[in-house]
Design a protein around this ligand. Sequence first.
Ligand SMILES: [Zn+2]
Length: 396
Amino acid sequence: MPATVIHSVLLITGGVPASNAWVRFAGGRVSAIGMGNSWRSAGTGEAAGSIGEQAGDVEVIDGSGAILTPGFIDIHVHGGGGAANEAGAEAIRRVLSTHREHGTTRAVLSLVTGRPADLVDHLEVIAGLTNSLPGVLGSHLEGPFLADEYRGAHDPAMLRSPRPEETAAMLAAANGTLRQITLAPELPGAEAAIRAFVDAGIAVAIGHTSATYEQALAAFGAGASILTHTFNGMPGLHHRAPGPIAAAVDSPHVTLELINDGVHVHPALAKMLFALAPGRVALITDAMVAACAHDGDYMLGSLPVRVNDGVARLVEGGSIAGSTLTLDVALRQTVTECGVDLAAAVSALTEHPARAIGRGHDLGALEPGYLADAVLLDASLHVKQVWVEGQATLTD
Ligand SMILES: [Zn+2]
């Protein structure tokens, strides 16, 4: 693979914008970054610090007027392009390629609540893809250990309390590729489950929960480290009952997921969250099968869903059932409608989600040594090109 130099861009990484910057990719990693015209001499000299490239074999891209960011990382996505993660390897390829056109270079594949045997099967499929299909970071179990009162679009017949045998079976099936599990900490047996998952190196997320402030604080104290789609599937902020959101804000190690599509959370509250937990918001899609597909009738796990004007709701009860969001739209919503600073918004879909799943050392930044995942955006924040491990993926 030839090396690539993208120059004259507004580079945004680590929460800091740098104008007239350049980035060089070689051997699938970022090999060097710099400013101005120094990229011209960086190919042959010491500055390149390159890995296995040949002098002269360099693709040069003039990024004048464009913005370069690390690849977007979605740690909570169920589907897209008419495909769902539960439908097997081919469907997962489709989900990834659909979201990649919108800047997502890596994703943790979310699974909705289902029968134990089915969840084990899905975990095995994703485990098989995690080390072979670029872009798959592993799996996210959203359920089945969720609170009925805040179940959202999860099948009530399949919700249950955690039992050690079932958590052990999940861990075995995932074979080290389960990255995240969402559970309700107030359920019987949840405390032991949180410990077991945290000990296995899995990010435990609190969500679809009726937990009080105190219960949520205890769960975060026991090692839970993510709040699943903040505001959705949980009690809201109340001045006499602060609930799980305040507990997450008060726990400095916790990342707060946000579905910022203008439907799930009012822009005023989305903006407030960035102010309440600076450096800790992770923009997610929670996208379901209808993202980048047409309106109509779909299934979310075992439940029928109808999508109207891009808003997915359960046919029975009308609860919001995932989103049809992509991360580029979330970025524009965050900057344009919520007034969040562009660099802070970019961190929320790169650096913060990478750190939340323990990949802050090689993903979510454009610095020498990091994987060469990047997104080139025009001035209106629309995606122009996407690189995964140094390879350009969009053809038009
Ligand atoms: Zn979800």
